[in-house]
Write a protein that binds this ligand. Structure first.
Ligand code: ASP
Length: 456
């Protein structure tokens, strides 16, 4: 493990000249070891924060638009102006030329073409900041070989050695653009949206960084969704496993795929706010001591689930029936979130959007198909099959849950005292978290009741 720190700056941190000035201060500040800087494309500031309209668009979104209409000069100008305003007075002709080169690329593969344009956002940002700050720019071509899955590429294992070797020979600080790499055939391919987090995590893992700092515009990871709870606390320490349980339903400060490389190498992640530096944020670590008084670390909630409840006398003793039921969902292209069994009944829960399509926006066709097939499986058992919608899933997470006595009863009582009807409860054998199925109408009531009782 080295002393080096990898710092990744998200879109809002490089959205304006002011913001970039803060980034520069952070790079120049106390810690000499903050050497590897990964940047996103300039992002957007929301209306409340910034009155100037031009900052309300994400450059990546503009580039996606440009990919669809490459001859549109207005979009191109809007993009280049964002770079100009990031560093007023700097000549951005080179960036403009680079974007023109990308627009002139062959269009035979539309996804490849779109990625070439999209990646400009991060590349131009890193090139520009490297130039004005006098830092070295390292191109992803020298670091990341990625799969040929345009828009959703994966960084391939040989990249680790490439990153290590390339960065070993450099003194001083460097800037790397996030979000993309090159395929074995030499084309640009972007990672999934928010993928600069992943770039940063791979660099941190490859160089064995002391810390991976993920700079954003919030003070860290909140113990509950701020859209549901008024001013929730920021979590100070969180394990990778706890983060996984929380990102499952709605926590999206840090890209979930970015967890794996740093978790594997046990590199702590520090999610912190560019705009309140040097204040610390949330540390995500491999292990932490749990506080017996606070077994729960956070609550997540996700909407948009539905369920088939299947009941038939003697269901429990039908050999292989659960497998056949789940196989029916698989064959219909529906991936199941979880299934909860009683004695003669079972509930199969899945994300609603999987049964909707352009031709079937209400899901009628899929629901009927599943209903008929499930009835067919239990034809001689006189089954009762009900489709239920508007479910939400609540995840109560914390490593202390395992050791805490009667915690499930306490949480369930808190929910029912608040008038929340619990549809189902589930807890895996590792007892890391408790999962509740509730009506989506009860989401705010449920999250606030648990927050007030266990986290406030
Ligand atoms: N700029 C890219 C996006 O908007 C990648 C990133 O910001 O991490 O998804």
């Amino acid at each position: 493990m080295s002393e080096n720190i990898v710092a990744k700056f998200g879109g809002t941190s490089v959205a304006t000249a002011n913001a970039a000035g803060m980034v520069k201060k952070i790079i120049d500040s106390d810690d000499e070891n903050r050497r590897y800087i990964v940047v996103s494309a300039p992002g957007k500031l929301d209306e409340k924060e910034y009155l100037n309209e031009k900052y309300r668009e994400k450059v990546t979104d503009l580039l996606i638009e440009l990919g669809k209409k490459p001859d549109d000069e207005t979009i191109k100008d809007r993009i280049i102006q964002r770079y100009q305003s990031l560093s007023p007075g700097t000549d951005v002709t080179e960036l403009s030329d680079l974007l023109n080169q990308r627009r002139a690329m062959p269009k035979d593969n539309p996804k490849r073409y779109a990625d070439g344009i999209k990646a400009f956002g991060e590349e131009a940002c890193a090139r520009l900041l490297a130039k004005v700050w006098g830092l070295a720019y390292i191109d992803p071509k020298e670091l990341f070989v990625v799969s040929e899955e345009y828009g959703n590429a994966r960084i391939l294992p040989q990249s680790e050695e490439m990153v290590r070797k390339r960065l070993a020979g450099i003194d001083g600080k460097i800037i790397i653009p996030g979000f993309y790499g090159y395929t074995e055939k030499g084309s640009i391919a972007t990672l999934s949206r928010g993928g600069s987090d992943l770039t940063g995590a791979y660099v941190a893992a490859a160089v064995g960084a002391k810390t991976y700092e993920n700079f954003t515009d919030v003070d860290g990871i909140c113990a509950a969704n701020p859209n549901l709870v008024n001013n929730p606390k920021t979590i100070r320490f969180l394990t990778f496993e706890e983060l996984r349980d929380l990102t499952y339903s709605g926590f999206n400060v840090f890209h979930d795929e970015a967890v794996q490389p740093v978790q594997e190498k046990q590199i702590p992640v520090h999610v912190r706010n560019t705009f309140s530096f040097p204040k610390t944020g949330t540390f995500i670590c491999y292990e932490r001591r749990s506080n017996p008084q606070k077994p729960i670390v956070g609550i997540a909630y996700k909407n948009g689930f539905c369920a088939f409840d299947i009941a038939a006398f003697g269901l429990n003793s039908m050999r292989g029936i659960e497998r056949k039921i789940l196989q029916t969902f698989e064959e219909e292209g529906v991936s199941v979130e979880c299934s909860i069994g009683g004695i003669d009944d079972v509930s199969v829960i899945f994300a609603e959007d999987q049964i909707l399509s352009e031709d079937d926006p209400e899901g009628c066709f899929k629901i009927n198909m599943l209903n008929n097939r499930l009835k067919g499986l239990l034809a001689n058992k006189n089954p009762k099959i009900n489709f239920n919608e508007n479910y939400g899933i609540l995840v109560v997470a914390g490593k202390g849950i395992k050791e805490s006595e009667y915690i499930q009863t306490k949480v369930s009582t808190t929910l029912s005292d608040a008038g929340v009807k619990i549809k189902f409860i589930s807890q895996g054998p590792s007892e890391r978290c408790i999962i509740y199925g509730i009506n989506s109408a009860d989401s705010s009531k449920a999250v606030n009741a648990i927050y007030d009782k266990f986290l406030k």
